[in-house]
Each structure stands twice: as C-alpha cells, then as structure tokens.
Design a binder for this molecule. Structure first.
Ligand SMILES: Nc1ncnc2c1ncn2[C@@H]1O[C@H](COP(=O)(O)OP(=O)(O)OP(=O)(O)O)[C@@H](O)[C@H]1O
Length: 249
C-alpha cells in the first residue's frame, strides 16, 4: 500500500448508501502527488458520487478520505475543501457568456487573490501575467477579447478549465471534458490536460476511450461503487470483467 504521506488523494474503505442502496461500496483509491488518473465505468458505477465525496458535497457513511497526505476531508465542508485546493469542473460549461474570455478569467482569479490584491500594489501586473499564462495554456490567447458566448463548445470547456486553474488548485477533478467536442478539440484537450498535469494532480472521468488513450495515464474502472480493475488502459480494457460490464455493452 502506498504511504499516505506521498498521496494527494487517499480513499480507503469508503461507503455511502442512499436509501439503503450502496452507491459507493468499500471503495479504495489512491492518487499520488502529481499523478493524473482516468476514471471509467458504466452508468451508475459511482463516479459522480465519488467526486461528490471528495468535494464534500456528500458525506461518506464509512471509510477514510484524505487530501494531500494529512487533511481529513470528512471533517470539512464544500467551501473549505475548495479553499484547501480541490477544484471541480462539471460536465456542462458554466462560463459567463456575456463577459469576455479575459473577464471570465479575471473574475476567477479575483476570488482567490483578494488578499494578495490588498497586500501588493503590483497585484494588477501579477494578475495580468497569470491571465496571459492561463490563456496560453487553454489555447485562447487569440480569443482574449471575445465574448464567451462566441466560443465553440470545446473552447468554453477550455475556458472553464482555465477558470479552475485561476483558483490554483492542487487537485483538479474534471467530469467528462470532451463530451460534445469535435475530434480535433478532443485531441487538443488531451494535450492540454497532459500539460496541466505537469504541475497539478488531476482526476478525469470520461467515457470516450479514444480520449483516455490519448491521455496515456493509469486507468481505474469503477463498477457498483468499487474498483473493478486498475492499471494501464491496455490492461484494464482487456480485463474480461471490464469488457463484460462496460466496454462490451
Ligand atoms: N442523491 C442520490 N440519491 C439516491 N441515489 C443516488 C444519489 N446519487 C447517486 N445515486 C445512485 O447511486 C448510483 C451511482 O451514481 P453515480 O451518479 O455516482 O454514477 P456514475 O458512475 O457517475 O454514472 P454516470 O456515468 O451515469 O454519470 C446510481 O445508481 C445513482 O442512481
């Protein structure tokens, strides 16, 4: 078993039931610091509920949930967990359509940098530098002044990932980022997340196996609230149990 001190996320024996139905059932999942992991699994496998537990939206009935080695997430609420450094991107983009790309990012940054702004007069310059840096990462430098409403669906997803980065999370949870994207956008998103994972820990939930292959990371397949199979995509996708409940459907 991995030493908890080296982990960014450590779930051990986690269970949660809704009206007696175990949506998460003795789940153990460990993410090392700096790791990116892809989570796959059939509908109802517990992927969303697992993310809800990590972000404090749902309290587990049993088990341990630790962040960054030492922080017991079960003792913190959603707002505290966000401040601790766990950012979540939901499937549907929720950018402000009537604001420019830059203003969307500025807004995301201001939330986390308020104290910084007050302390340093040069904060404006620092904020501008961060915005430029994030625009580069999310491939939207040339769309800086566009209203977000004009962006393609894929670009809106990237902008939202950028807004998440603006909060400087240590761990990013990304839910089905490429649903509805073109093939070219999907491939670019894999590159983008690989770049982000050089300096962040990332969990990506996704059904698109082509995209998961492009990510090139360790894969965990959930089923009935626990880990069914884990390892390289080749290992997991050739596991007969995974084929039976998920890939072979
Ligand atoms: N608040 C809730 N109340 C009752 N049942 C719930 C609740 N949340 C989730 N469930 C049930 O728990 C199970 C796991 O659901 P969950 O949404 O976590 O699966 P998932 O792997 O994210 O599926 P999908 O791929 O469809 O998003 C499902 O059977 C779901 O109906």
């Amino acid at each position: 078993m991995t030493n908890r001190a080296d982990t960014i996320l450590y779930l051990d024996g986690v269970s949660v039931a809704f009206d007696g139905f175990k949506a998460i059932n003795n789940l153990s999942l460990v993410l090392k610091k700096g790791e990116m992991r892809a989570i796959i699994g059939p509908n109802g496998a517990g992927k969303t509920t697992m993310m809800d537990i990590v972000t404090g939206k749902t309290r587990p009935d049993d088990g341990s949930v630790y962040f960054d080695g030492t922080v017991d997430l079960t003792t913190h609420d959603e707002a505290e967990i966000a401040i601790l450094g766990i950012g979540r991107k939901f499937q549907k983009p929720t950018v402000f359509e009537s604001l420019t790309v830059e203003d969307n990012l500025a807004l995301a940054l201001s939330g986390s940098r308020r104290v910084f702004d007050k302390l340093f007069r040069k904060a404006g310059t620092e904020k501008d530098r961060r915005i430029r840096e994030i625009l580069e990462t999310i491939r939207l430098t040339h769309r800086r002044d566009w209203l977000a409403a004009r962006l393609s669906h894929g670009q809106k997803q990237w902008l939202e990932i950028g807004m998440l980065l603006g909060q400087d999370p240590k761990l990013l949870l990304v839910d089905e980022p490429v649903a509805g994207m073109t093939d070219a956008e999907t491939e670019e998103t894999a590159r983008l997340l690989r770049e982000i994972s050089a300096s962040h820990s990332v969990i990506v939930v996704e059904h698109d196996m082509h995209f998961v292959r492009e990510l090139g990371v360790k894969v965990t397949c959930l089923h009935e609230g626990s880990v069914l199979s884990e390892g390289s995509l080749d290992h997991v996708s050739s596991d007969p149990r995974v084929v039976e409940v998920y890939l072979g459907r």
